[in-house]
Design a protein around this ligand. Sequence first.
Ligand code: DGY
Length: 325
Amino acid sequence: MKKVFITRVIPEKGLELLKEAGIEVNMWTQKRPLTPQELIDYCSQNDALLSVSTKIDAAFLNASKHLKVIALHSAGYDNVDVEEASRLKIPVGNTPGVLSAATADTAFLLMLACSRKAFYMHKQIQKGAWDFFEPTANLGIELYGKTLGIFGLGRIGMEMAKRCKGAYNMQIIYHNRAHNEQAEKELGAVKVPFEALLKKSDVLSVHAALSLSTREIFNLEAFSRMKTEAIFINTARGGMHNERDLKTALDQGMIWGAGLDVTNPEPMAADDPLLDRPNVCILPHIGSATRETRDAMSVLAAQNIIAGLKGERLPHAVNPEIYDL
Ligand code: DGY
């Protein structure tokens, strides 16, 4: 019987699929991350790894060369040394597509909440500060007809763009390496250089993958080129922005507000001053956290494990080049 080790508790849907395929499931159920050595030790007794939020580096891969497949329970694979996995001919799979709508909903939620200072207002009531109605107090900003700038217009960015176009008839500009023809045709989106994205966006929403070239691309210099009325939204990876610089940019009024579902580092400290700012809304990396989406992710991850253990091509491989080696 083939065995899979799973690094966190995943939804039943995925577990059922694995069991129906005759695979023995060994799941880490403790509410703390595995140490690197524990991960190696557990994997040494299994044929496959289903990994949730776990760092897969070269040291781990070289100690676990026997693994037939590594399936991630995420679309992002920035925490995996994919190059090394490919060198060792270990297929790595992810869960693209199924989380686009839920993640875009989170970006949209943060944009709207931030524009009306919603999280801060909630805290004000809890503090007993809802007293005297003033027409000039608690003012947010409206989104109708504003410009949405998307950094990385792929599947999630497209869902965010559709929501913003539909709800507020926003103009869509984006910065990508390649043209997104569907977005240009369906939403009138316009591809612009990075500099123009910074200068023209009223809302700048990050949807790109974290890589060496995008790490902390949103730094003080970038924020200083944005509109003073702009809202910065990041639901991609905390590593895309420099958080100290974001605080400075907000303190100095370089931008108006920020909505983050990902922070740098994660988790964010409970006393982080960003949490007290009126124009900032922060969530604990829940972009894909709906029942439907997490079920679908667990199914895709299980399908990758099943295919990998049969020696078949993964339905969603992030390193398909290994099949051509
Ligand atoms: C993803 O799938 O990349 C989500 O951010 C969950 O980690």
